[in-house]
Design a protein around this ligand. Sequence first.
Ligand SMILES: [Zn+2]
Length: 439
Amino acid sequence: MATPELQQTLAKPAGFSGTSLHTGEKVSLKLQPAPVDHGIKFKRKDLQDEPTIDAKIDNLKTVERATTIGEGPVRVHTVEHVLAALSAMGVDNAVVEMDANEPPIGDGSAQPYVDLIKRAGVATQEAPRKFFNVREPMHLESKSGALLVLLPSDELHISCTQAGPNHRFTQYLSIEITAAVFEREIAPARTFVYYEDVEPLMEKNLIKGGSLENAVVLRGDAVLSKEPLRFADEFVRHKILDLIGDFALVGARIRGHVIAVKPGHAANAEMARALAREQARREALAVPRALPRGEGGLDSEEIMQILSHRYPFLMVDRIIGFEGETKCIGMKSVTINEPFFAGHFPGHPVMPGVMQVEAMAQVASLLLFKLAKTTGRIGYFMSADDVKFRKPVFPGDTMFIHAELTKHRGERLAKAKCHCVVNDAVVSEGELMFTFLDK
Ligand SMILES: [Zn+2]
């Protein structure tokens, strides 16, 4: 089994100063190491008692032009670039100390933060990282035309389409995000603004620190910038940067393929909220006290190393526990996103009985695997006898799948008695027969 990825913090503190975008004032920022499970917190050194704000989606306040978080009356604006750098460079735990309400804007990219993190160094900690694994497609469409789709993937991959007004500056990039890729391909991409959007803000004096030093301005088809574009498609790269920063507010690393069309802080934050909610729901389900535990279960990662089934055909989320060599209990949370609900039946979703039999077969296969302790032989589902469907299973139900091996004759044949339980009632049962073949 693969060793789990470990949490990381900074090896030592490191800081720099610069100008804040909205107030134009000088601000100093310092990254400090933090303990395991601390996450990222901002600390306002300029305020009495130095209050901290958790970089979590629950603390999101506004998403106009930049992402603002806050707790009580305390605010921190424009957190997305420093959060993107910390997340992509693999820093799970840190305190971001500041003596103003906004980090330095630097050159409008995440480059200064990548440099800072490299200067501090990264240290491994003794606790596994938290991941959010995208298990099934999730999507979000906003009124402004942003579209975000998440698909299962072993790594964070982002495919982004950026499109300006009247399709000006339409750009597309699809890229797997690792620390090295982020540093080279994404971090240097600068903030860009449309002249028509910033003109009223300049008049109202709302972006005192804004200049061609820290943003690229697009006026008509012209690109106004202090230095030439760093990439021909710099704008879509900055969109990816902002997305990584906003998704850092989920508080867990995302393993999935993000397809983003015209993303913005509002849509990014809304999706981050949905991910955090789903993460909380999964954690609540994983609370061990409510679940019977045998000698060690299997999580979904471990299951997928044994079974080759994948979404939408993987019918077991985890194995709660084994009892001896012959019994085990699996669990499947049945969500409205299961594809079969769309047609079974429109307006009246009921889980098909054959899918419950498939779930039994998968749990029984895991039991057989444990018995055989080898993946060299594969158990084929041959027949099912005495199958009964006793109660309907609906979206939102948690199904417990019990399997007991009743016979395993020689090396060739096995029989398992199975039943599925929802809310303490048996919903289906059957006797399944397997045969073994060499792979
Ligand atoms: Zn940005």
